[in-house]
Design a protein around this ligand. Structure first.
Ligand SMILES: [Zn+2]
Length: 261
């Protein structure tokens, strides 16, 4: 069955609000990828954005929520891709949330850039540190440049079938199960495009991780940022997913659950 995993990058405060106001009431699981130095407000580090981070208490609240609805994954201590920084971030997350070294955690790459030469060493180091997946933005497989170019053009056209096609390679079943790919919703992404991605996934028995950054209402600061998605659209998308789940057409799961079966 098609699986859809919703994933939120950075540890932004608005992610916590969306979790409490939308995801929890609809019983929709999700994964939160935390740049822990950003959440801890460590001075002079590379931050993911100027947005307000969630607080440590809010992070703990997400992790400890009653239904085990939410997954916490690493997203660097600082917001960069250096492998030691990624591991430092996960170790700090373990400390703050009281997660044992034996429990496997996932990592989402900030900026999603790795070069294919160094990737095997990165993966080995992460596995040695009990990391069970690395989610990157792009698939290194065929057609990646063409799909990327088409995706860029379609940001203005917003044709749902083209949007869906451009993420064809990001199907999780196309991975070696340590490297995971994702599809992203940014400012220019329309609700109808995400819906088409999901309906095509059902048709073709594919599974996707859909990645968000900020979820904001029209009158909030940063609403016009490239990485913001509209609160009401997000609410409607979640209701659409819930309906599909109620009709037994999809499963909605945490990213870590994609690799456990
Ligand atoms: Zn990020």
């Amino acid at each position: 069955m098609t699986k859809i995993s919703l994933s939120f990058d950075d540890g932004r405060k608005d992610n916590y609000v969306a979790a409490k106001e939308i995801l929890e009431p609809l019983n929709i699981p999700a994964t939160f990828n935390i740049t822990i130095g950003y959440v801890e407000k460590t001075p002079n580090i590379e931050k993911p954005s100027e947005h307000i981070p969630m607080s440590i208490d809010e992070l703990k609240d997400l992790y400890n929520n009653n239904n085990n609805l939410f997954e916490i994954a690493g997203h660097g201590y600082e917001h960069n891709n250096d492998v030691d920084n990624l591991i430092k971030g996960v170790n700090e997350l373990r400390k703050v949330l009281n997660i044992s070294d034996k429990q496997k955690l996932g990592i989402v790459s900030p900026h999603s850039e790795f070069d294919t030469d160094t990737l095997p060493n990165v993966i080995k180091k992460l596995k040695d540190n009990n990391i069970c997946y690395l989610r990157v933005g792009k698939n290194f497989a065929n057609n990646v440049f063409m799909r990327k170019a088409v995706r860029k053009i379609n940001r203005k056209l917003n044709i749902p079938s083209i949007f869906s096609w451009s993420y064809k390679d990001s199907d999780i079943k196309n991975t070696d199960e340590f490297l995971l790919y994702s599809s992203g919703a940014i400012k220019d992404t329309k609700l109808k495009e995400l819906k088409r991605l999901v309906s095509d996934a059902i048709k073709n028995d594919k599974s996707y991780i859909i990645c968000f950054h900020s979820i904001l209402k029209k009158d909030e600061p940063f609403y016009d940022d490239l990485f913001t998605w509209d609160y009401n659209d997000f609410l409607e998308f979640c209701k659409y997913l819930k309906k599909l789940r109620d009709d037994n057409k999809i499963e909605i799961c945490k990213t870590i659950d994609l690799i456990n079966n």
